[in-house]
Design a protein around this ligand. Sequence first.
Ligand code: TPP
Length: 735
Amino acid sequence: MHPLDVHFRQRLSRSEPIAEPRHDQLSGAPLDLWALFKAQATSRQLDFAARTLQQQGRGFYTIGSAGHESNAMIALATRPTDPALLHYRSGGFYVARAGQLGGTTPVRDILQGLLALADEPIAGGRHKVFGHPRLAIIPQTSTVASHLPRAVGLAVALNRAHRLGVECEWPSDAVVICTFGDASANHSTAAGAINTAIHTAYQALPVPILFVCEDNGLGISVPTPPGWIESAYGSRPGLRYLRADGADPLKAWPVITEAVDFVRGCRRPAFLHLDTVRFGGHAGSDAEISYRRPRDIEADYGRDPLLATANQLRAAGVSAAEVLASYDQIGAEVEAEAGRLQDQPRLRSAVEVMAPLAPRRPERVAKSAETLGADSSGAHRTLAESINATLGNILAADRRVLVFGEDVGVKGGVYGVTRGLARTFGAARVFDTLLDEQSILGLGLGAGLAGLIPIPEIQYLAYLHNAEDQLRGEAATLSFFSTGRFSNPMVVRIAGLAYQKGFGGHFHNDNALGVLRDIPGVVVACPARADDAAGMLRTCVAAASIDSSIAVFLEPIALYHRRDLHSGGDGGWLATDRGGSVAIGSARLYRAGADSSPSAEALPTSERSASSAGLTMVTFGNGVLMSLRVAHRLDQAGIAVDVLDLRWLAPLPVDDLLAAARATGRVLVVDETRRTGGVGEGVITALVEGGFTGQIVRVASRDSFVPLGPAADHVLLGEDEIEKAALHLYATETP
Ligand SMILES: Cc1ncc(C[n+]2csc(CCOP(=O)(O)OP(=O)(O)O)c2C)c(N)n1
C-alpha cells in the first residue's frame, strides 16, 4: 500500500469531526463537497493505479496529480464549455469536469492514457495527456509553459471570432483556463504570454483568461524561493491576483469562484495562485529523499487536499466510515477498469500512428481555393504586389481570415507586402501585434482553435527561431496528440532567404530552412514568382480551411520587388495571376529554350517526355531566378537546360523531380541554403531513393552565417558557380 494511502486511512479514522466552519455556512455558490471529494479521490486512486501498472510492466506514465487535487475546485467553479489547457498534475480538474457532464468515463480515459491504448479518447495512445473535446479540454505537450501563448491567443481570439460572426466552438462568455506549475511560471514562454495578456488588456481588449499557478514549491528537485510567485505576479498592474490554499477547500472556494466570476464578467486576465503539495516525488523513478529533508516530506502529508475535503465532509455530518467507503469504492472501480482494459489494443502500425498528422484532400482544397478570389485585372505584378493583392482577395472572400504580425498594420510590413490591408479590412482583421514571436504564433494557435484562419507574419526567418517551439512543439502536434479532434490551421508567412543587395547581414538574410523541413505534417511553400505566389497562397489558405493544415509560406525577400529577369527593363520577373491553385507538392518546369525567355509561360509538369535539354537544374526561391539567367546564357551558347522550380520544400515534389531528372539524365541541384542541412540534401536523397541513375551535382551556399555587405557573396551561391557546375556536368557522360 502506498504510504499516502496509509496516511489517509489512518488520519481519517482518527480525526474528530471539525466543528466549524461548515460548507453550508458559506456565502455565494455552494461547494459540492461530495463532488469535490469524489473527483479528488478518483484522481488519487488513478495515481496509485499508474504506479501499479508500471510495476506490472503495463503502464508507461507515472507523473501524478497527488497533492494537487484541489485543482478539481477550478473545474467545479467553471463550465464544461470553458476551454481548459491543463498542467500535467490537473487530474482532479479532469475528473471533476467530466463529472459535470453525463455519459463521461474519466477513469477509463485516464487509464487508457496510462496504458497507451489506441482507444484512448484524445491522443489515441500517442501520449498521456489530459484532453477531451466534449470536456473542452485541449491536450498539452510535455514542454512546460509552451501552452500559455496558445491559451492567451485563444482568449483574445474568442471575442474576435464572435465579433466577426465566425462560428466558434466556445461561447462568447467563455473563460479560458490555463494551469501550470510554479517552476514553469519562470519560463520565458510563460512570462511572455502573461505579459501579452496584460499588454492586450491594457489596450482595453477582452482577454478572458484565468491563469492558475499550481504552486507546490518545487520544480523537480529545485525549490521555488518561498514567496516568489506572489512577488513575481502578486502586484502586476492589469493582472488581478488571488491566492487560495488547496489544503483549505472552504476558504479556497470563494476565492476561486471570485477569480472565475471576475474573468467572466470583466473579460480581463486574472492569476490564481493555488497552493498545493506534491506527493511521491516528481515522477516514476524520482527519489525525492535524495534532495528533500524527511521532515519537509512529512510536513506535506499534513496538507493533503483529499484529507482536507474528507474532513469537511466529516464536519458536515458524514461519518469517517462513509467517506472511507466512498474512497475504497472508487479504488475498486479504478482497479476493475484497469482489469477490463487488460487486452485492449495499442497502435499497431506507422499508418495508424501517423493517421492524424496531415490529412490531405487536394481536390477539395483546389475547389476551395477557387472561392478565394483572384486578380483578374491582368496586371503584371512583382512578388510583393502579388502577395498583397492575393491577401486582399482572400480577406475579402473569407471573413475568418486574420492577418497580423509586427508592423503589418498601418505601415503595411517592412517591405510593403501588407500595405493598405488594414485600411481596407479594419484593425479587427489586419493588425500589429506586440514584439514577441511566441505570442504572434500563440495568437495563431488560439485563433485556429477559435474557428478563425490566422495568417501570422514572422518579420524575418531568423526571428522564427526564438519562437520555433510554438510551431514545432505546439501547432504541428495538436492534431497528432488529439487524433484530429482539435486543430490549429494556420498559414505562417515568413520573409526570408538571402541576396538582399546592400542590406542586412545574417539576421535579415537567413538562408537556413532545416528547422522547418523536418516538422511532420507542416507544409513549406516557397514561391519565386508572382503568379506562383498567388496560387500557392490560395492553396495554403484553402488547405488550412479544408484539412486544418499548417503551412509556412516562405517569401524570398530579394525577389519581392524584382521586375526584370535578364536585363534592365525586360520585366521578365513580373507575372499575372493565373487564378486557381497550385497543388501542394507540385513543381514548375521551365523547359529549355522556350521558358528561359522573359515572356515565357511555364509548361505543365505533367509533360514528362524526354527533353531536348542537356541537363536539369533543380532549384527554388532565388535559385530559380539565378538558374533561369544561367540557363539563358547557356542556351545562347548552344546548351539547352531545363529548370525545375520545386516550389514546395515540404513535402518535396518527388514525382515531378524524378520526371524532370529522367528527362535529361543530368541534374544540377541549385541550392541557396547551406550545404549541410540544406534543401539540396533532401533533393538528392529523393533522387537516389527514387532510383534516378543519372548524374547529380550540387551547388549550395557555404556552411556559414551571412556577413554584411559584399562579403556575403563569398559564402552565398552565385550565378558564376552555377554556370561553372552546369558546364562541367554537361560535359560528363550520362550512364
Ligand atoms: C521546456 C521544458 N524544460 C524542461 C522540462 C523538464 N521538466 C519537466 S517538469 C519540470 C519541472 C516543472 O516544475 P513545475 O512547473 O513547478 O511543475 P510541478 O512538476 O512541480 O508540478 C521540468 C524541469 C520540460 N518538460 N520542459
